[in-house]
Design a protein around this ligand. Sequence first.
Ligand code: PLP
Length: 237
Amino acid sequence: MAHASPAPAQDGPPSVDVAANLAAVKAEVQDAAGHAGRDASEITLIAVSKGHPASRILPALAAGHTTFGENRVQEASRKWQALRAEWPSAVLHYIGALQTNKARDAVAVADAIHAVDRPKLAVALAREMDRQGKRPDCFVQINTGAEPQKAGVLPDDLEALLAQCRDDLMLPVAGLMCLPPAAEDPAPHFTLLRELAARHGLERLSMGMSADYRTAIALGATHVRIGTAIFGARPAP
Ligand SMILES: *Cc1c(COP(=O)(O)O)cnc(C)c1O
């Protein structure tokens, strides 16, 4: 589009008031929980800091927030080794697709892993948990939209994967996670996730992002993963 006068040049990314955004999101979570007749204390807000530098994360830590999400193992290890030295109460959720050869580093860095979606990865995670004597909560990711390019087990294959995870590998499976197709109404996907969890006796539901967390909370989310609404747009990788 042609403009009469160009926008003024800017030095670096626009400033973002992370503490104010965080407070606003927390208020919104409270409000959504109230509307759904739920207690907001049942809902964990994962502040998704992937792609952002430590300087952008520090205001959230300083405001007392402890739970964060990252989706790349190397980035998470690099950033959080330093941040945790100063903020030892920080809790890190790994929320990205996970390659089997990264299982060791994922178990080392994460307190919860929302990416279990196939037998080979489950075996690798169980082996690492035994080796490291550490048992991060696991969420099984479901490909609720059966999208060919997306991570996650298909709903029809969940029962077999869960049996392997729980009965054979003794993985600490806490719940289910989904990432609905971008162009669709997320509500049917959240409902499906809730039904699958109920059918398999799982209590935790990791669903809802910046654009749809109110809907997710109305449909039973126990963990919402919110990045942009707190930290602003992510810089290009
Ligand atoms: C990036 C990401 C989020 C956060 O997305 P926003 O739209 O920035 O809130 C949540 N979940 C997963 C799995 C992600 O990769």
